[in-house]
Design a protein around this ligand. Structure first.
Ligand code: SF4
Length: 373
């Protein structure tokens, strides 16, 4: 692991599965199952800590508890499961610890208890504040519950707060998108993620998705609106007020190491270029740990070609872009020329010798990035 590393923890429970979700999570909040999971998570953390033996402690600069709906896990259960690692780790002075929350699973008392553990960032999954869209998406919360949750987060004293929205939802218009984001902005949020809804072709809502032109219109509107509101568009789907980027996600995008715990979680060792994945099965995860083994489904060492692909995929996601000398083949130079003429790639306005995607380039990044690989 690198000197400064990140820890990701996947909590695989939700109150109910949303209609569009393909993350590994169970629509089940049975307390017995949550207890079994927390015990297994503690075993995994202890195994990882033991395998490291007398090595110097982890220098952690970020922890991200995601899911699923991590706020279904009680603060004390989370703290005790992670203690084998956190009690041994050296936390960096600007340590960031994020928890993802869903509006219906938090209240002020619970948020205060998470803060007491050292959690200093909350990422709230709002998605929309339009009642008809929330119903369409199968979200369990209402507009009122989402606003109440935002209020509770700030009243509990969190300053570093992010909210998630979706665009490109069937039935969504620019004005519903604007109304939702405006309402959220009544609060001093520091970070906003806006993802384009994508569905597999066999999904019942797939035919109703807006066409590419409308999707582009949504994405460009979000870029424009949030730019005017003082947010920097620093990654394809992420916007931050100055100084408030997600440091955990920046570590991913900068290719640093991360250790991941929990079912379906992926880890990466950037010194050895080894990526691994845990089993995507709660019972398999718990049973393997109870028998004293790590629940790793597979692990692979990235080949030089895979590393090169990874470099392009990560670098062009970010507003910093990529060094000009990376366009080092006739094909890459030709494509760069084409995309520059189309206004999709530009020279970085501040960082000399770098090329970056424009807002339209971010929106079309799925088509652009593969052309360079
Ligand atoms: S709350 Fe999030 S993780 Fe859970 S089902 Fe909905 S989209 Fe998926």
């Amino acid at each position: 692991m690198n000197a400064c590393s990140s820890l990701y923890v996947h909590i695989p429970f939700c109150e109910r599965k949303c209609h569009y979700c393909d993350f590994y999570s169970l629509g089940n909040r049975d307390p017995e199952l949550l207890d079994q999971f927390a015990a297994a998570l503690g075993l995994e953390a202890a195994l990882v800590a033991r395998e490291r033996g007398p090595a110097p402690p982890y220098r952690l600069n970020t922890v991200y508890v995601g899911g699923g709906t991590p706020t279904l896990l009680e603060p004390h259960a989370l703290a005790s499961a992670l203690s084998p690692i956190l009690s041994e780790a050296r936390l960096e002075p600007d340590f960031e610890w994020t928890i993802e929350a869903n509006p219906s699973s938090v209240d002020k008392a619970k948020l205060l208890a998470y803060r007491k553990l050292g959690i200093n960032r909350v990422s709230l999954g709002i998605q929309s504040l339009a009642p008809e869209l929330l119903a369409r998406l199968g979200r369990i919360h209402t507009r009122e519950i989402a606003i109440r949750a935002l209020d509770d987060i700030f009243r509990a004293g969190f300053e570093n707060v992010s909210v998630d929205f979706l665009c490109g939802v069937p039935g969504q218009s620019i004005s519903t998108l604007e109304e939702s984001i405006q309402e959220a902005q009544r609060f001093p949020i520091k970070h906003l993620s806006c993802y384009l809804l994508t569905l597999p072709p066999d999904h019942s809502m797939y035919q109703e998705l807006p066409d590419e032109e409308e999707q582009l219109e949504h994405l460009l509107w979000v870029d424009h609106f949030l730019g005017n509101a003082g947010f920097e568009h620093y990654e394809i789907s992420n916007f931050a007020k100055p100084g408030w980027k997600s440091r955990h996600n920046m570590n991913y995008w900068n290719g640093l190491s991360y250790l991941a715990l929990g079912p379906s979680a992926h880890s990466f060792d950037s010194e050895k270029f080894i990526r691994s994945k845990n089993v995507s099965s709660l019972s398999g995860y718990c049973e393997t740990l109870r028998s004293g083994r790590r629940p790793i489904e597979w692990s692979e060492e990235l080949t030089p070609t895979q590393r090169e692909i990874e470099k392009w995929l990560l670098a062009l996601r970010l507003s910093e872009g990529i060094a000009e000398e990376c366009f080092n083949t006739p094909q890459r130079r030709r494509m760069l020329d084409v995309f520059e003429r189309q206004g999709l790639v530009v020279s970085h306005p501040v960082l000399a010798g770098r090329k970056r995607l424009t807002p339209k380039g971010f929106a079309l990044s799925d088509q652009i990035i593969p052309s360079f690989i």
